[in-house]
Design a protein around this ligand. Structure first.
Ligand code: NAD
Length: 482
């Protein structure tokens, strides 16, 4: 029995359809959904970008992209051929009139229409406007916008206002691909589908929470963009804060887009201001055979952070007194994303001589090996007496699902199909994005005004020493990055 949920016929227009994101993620993902049977026969994908290509030229480009980035599935050449037949292309100028009449002829008004804005945010307004002046968009069309969504509250607010001139909030899908991960949805299933966890999910039982997103890559390739944003804008304001919201939110009344997003918004609004003492900014240094951050971005005086660690507090009854430690960085020792809920120590132990600190830790891994495990304490097997050890109760899907695990769609695939289905649950609402900037803006303004110099850290490490101290001072320790 197939577990794939069918979708209705759609026309998906990808503005920026020749770009890096489209070739690396969007189209290979769509091909996988096609293979899974989620693309009704009459559906079309229309690339729209500046390059002067015809439909065949575009099909050739996408065939190459799928071969390069599509994984094993790309060897299915017969299916790929059928998929390519559903592609079309228009050369279009977001800022001019060229190509719009051709696009209007291609997009059908009576099927689901989705317009993916995989272009620089400075073009969002032009695209939104021209979709209307050329009579292409209808009140049922959906638009998908990529990050970055602004670089502060003012720019995000302006972007929201521009989109709102042309589209209703119900039509706007702001992508944060972290929310498309299987594990993120599973986090909600674990919390709200079991009786075991939710009663413990508060300051009576939780000691603290850690969220780590570490990358091994530096900024090469997009240095100019990155140097103007930094880890706080590029990672914390969106991805880490979204994860924090899902962990910390109150149970929504139903699993419905606005019910979930209302609860996330309340978390962001309850975040307390942080003082500098609880923020550590870092910048990677040169390594034995790698360049420093400043060399990578070609800015010898850059004060931008490629690493940040911080301690946050949520001012509400559930979380009063529970620190949330966030950290993210580039050129770290491993590529890993994890949320760890560290429960409190036992109040009293009955096991004489057991000096170790046994703790229950619920670890939610987004990469690598998406999955969830719960560290529990058991008796060490064998005749050694009452010796206790900690073992993981592993809920990794690859093991639980066996061969079916391959069918689990990746984040982009899932999110695009949610757009077609009209389900906004895993997309950020405009007010959420603005609330997040409202919290990060004063912090960023603070260090910019002081010319705060980030601490250097060794490439391949876990970040600057001060980040370790942030937890040591509280008698705690970061989890290993592995
Ligand atoms: P890219 O530079 O590789 O591609 C840009 C695309 O926009 C091209 O197809 C180009 O033809 C088109 N374009 C540019 N000017 C145009 C105009 N005036 N009219 C019509 N089309 C025009 O960029 P990318 O890396 O694919 O990124 C696209 C968007 O996605 C950006 O906003 C970026 O910040 C965001 N994003 C990218 C990634 C990634 O991994 N590449 C990840 C997250 C977010």
């Amino acid at each position: 029995v197939s577990r794939v949920i069918p979708v209705e016929t759609f026309d998906l227009v990808i503005f920026g359809g020749t770009g890096d994101l489209a070739r690396r993620k969007i189209l290979p993902g769509l091909f996988r959904r096609f293979l899974a049977g989620q693309m009704p026969e009459s559906s079309r994908i229309i690339g729209a970008a500046r390059s002067e290509l015809d439909a065949d030229g575009y099909r050739k480009m996408i065939a190459d992209a799928v071969a390069e980035f599509g994984g094993e599935e790309s060897s299915n050449t017969k299916a790929l051929q059928t998929f390519l037949e559903r592609l079309d292309y228009v050369a279009i100028d977001a800022k001019g009139d060229g190509g719009w009449a051709d696009l209007a002829k291609l997009v059908r008004p009576d099927v689901i229409q989705a317009f993916y804005f995989s272009v620089a945010p400075s073009l969002f307004g032009d695209l939104a406007e021209r979709l209307h002046t050329n009579g292409i968009a209808t009140e049922h069309s959906r638009i998908v916008v990529e990050k970055p969504f602004g670089r502060d509250l003012a720019s995000a607010h302006a972007l929201n206002a521009t989109l709102a001139e042309h589209f209703d909030e119900k039509q706007i899908y702001r992508i944060d691909h972290y929310l498309g991960k299987e594990t993120v949805q599973n986090l909600m299933a674990i919390r709200f589908g079991n009786v075991l966890f939710e009663p413990l999910w508060n300051n009576h039982y939780v000691d603290h929470i850690q969220i780590t997103v570490s990358e091994t890559v530096g900024v090469t390739g997009r240095g100019a963009y990155y140097d103007r944003s930094g880890a706080m804008r590029d990672m914390v304001q969106n991805h880490l804060m979204q994860l924090l919201c899902l962990i910390a939110m109150e149970p929504p009344g139903e699993f419905e887009a606005d019910a979930v997003r209302d609860e996330k918004l309340k978390v962001i609004r309850a975040l307390q201001p942080i003082d500098n003492h609880h923020i550590v900014r870092g910048q990677y240094d040169a390594g034995p055979d790698s360049q420093s951050y400043r060399e990578d971005v070609e800015n010898p005086r850059s004060f931008t952070e490629s690493f940040i660690a911080m301690r946050c507090h949520i001012a509400n009854w559930r979380w009063a007194g529970v620190p949330f430690y966030l950290r993210t960085g580039k050129k770290m020792k491993a590529r890993s994303s994890e949320i760890a809920v560290v429960f409190k120590d036992l109040g009293h132990t009955i096991f004489e001589g057991d000096e170790a600190r046994h703790r229950n830790i619920l670890s939610i891994r987004l990469q690598p090996n998406e999955g969830i495990d719960l560290q529990v304490t058991i008796k060490e097997p064998g005749p050694g007496g009452m010796r206790l050890i900690d073992v993981p109760l592993d809920m990794t899907f690859a093991d639980a699902l066996g061969d079916d695990a391959e069918e689990v769609p990746d984040a982009y695939e899932r999110l695009i199909m949610d757009v077609i289905r009209g389900n906004q649950t895993l997309f950020m609402r405009g007010d959420e994005v603005e609330a997040a900037w409202r919290w990060t803006d004063p912090l960023i303004e603070g260090w910019e005004a002081r010319n705060d110099v980030p601490k250097l850290y060794e490439p391949g490490s876990a970040g600057p020493e001060d980040a370790m101290m942030l937890l040591h001072r509280d008698g705690r320790k970061w989890r290993d990055i592995k």
